[in-house]
Design a protein around this ligand. Structure first.
Ligand code: CA
Length: 233
């Protein structure tokens, strides 16, 4: 069966050095990743707001913005994994430190194979659980009690709703099509699309009670749904 987890991970590469970018794109595509490439920090922010990506590879030295500033801006609304490309080893402490919130870094010059290996590791980790220390503000999964808390309130979820919401929270901003949500919820393949839509509607109603005025589950018309973390106001 074809599920969204079989889809190639979608990587956003932000790098103004064309030869480096070309090598990275080649290596990523050879390993089956889908890759979009931009050269500016501003383009990176635009791409992230209009498309679903699984990981960002971010050069520190960009023409318009410092990569650190780009990462800080990303972190205001997203937990998407970020790998930095940096030419300066003295920057590493800042990069991986809490200050910037990146997941990893690669020091230039680097081998594209090494970078792809990092990408693979981080994607595997991020699909298993949210990165440590980067849990989504206001939302907490209590695995032991099989419940989800929103702003400290335990959501009164059905079993299917719990598994659907948990799957979405674990990979923020990723679009889950109905098939993927059925899988997550353990629903029969024959379930109608409408069943998923009904679950989503019910989930939204429960989330609104706990977090009024905040749209946590986004609809992507014709594609599916995604969990969008929102910073605490
Ligand atoms: Ca550069």
């Amino acid at each position: 069966m074809y599920t969204s987890t079989d889809m190639p991970a979608n990587i956003l590469l932000v790098e103004d050095d064309k030869p480096i970018a070309e090598n990275v794109i080649l290596a990523l595509e050879r390993d089956g990743y889908a890759c979009s490439h931009v050269q500016l920090g501003a383009s990176c922010m635009r791409s992230l707001s209009s498309n679903a990506f699984d990981l960002v590879i971010l050069d520190v030295g960009l023409p318009d913005m410092n990569g650190f500033e780009v990462c800080k801006a990303i972190r205001k609304s997203s937990n998407i994994p970020v790998i930095f490309l940096t030419a300066r080893s003295d920057e590493i402490d800042r990069v991986v430190g809490l200050e910037i919130g990146a997941d990893d870094y690669v020091l230039k010059p680097f081998s594209p194979r090494e970078l792809v290996a990092r990408v693979k590791t981080i994607l595997r980790r991020s699909q298993l659980s949210p990165p440590p220390g980067q849990s989504v503000p206001g939302i907490h999964i209590d695995e032991d009690r099989a419940c989800i808390l929103c702003n400290g309130i335990v959501l009164d979820l059905t079993r299917a709703e719990y598994f659907m919401l948990r799957a979405m929270i674990r990979v923020p901003n990723k679009i889950f099509d109905r098939e993927a949500l059925m899988d997550a919820a353990g629903l029969a393949e024959a379930s109608l699309d409408r069943v998923i839509d009904t679950h989503i509607k019910s989930l939204r109603a429960k989330l609104v009670t706990a977090a009024p005025g905040v749209e946590i589950i986004h609809t992507h018309r014709g594609m599916g749904y995604s969990f969008v973390p929102v910073s605490e106001k």
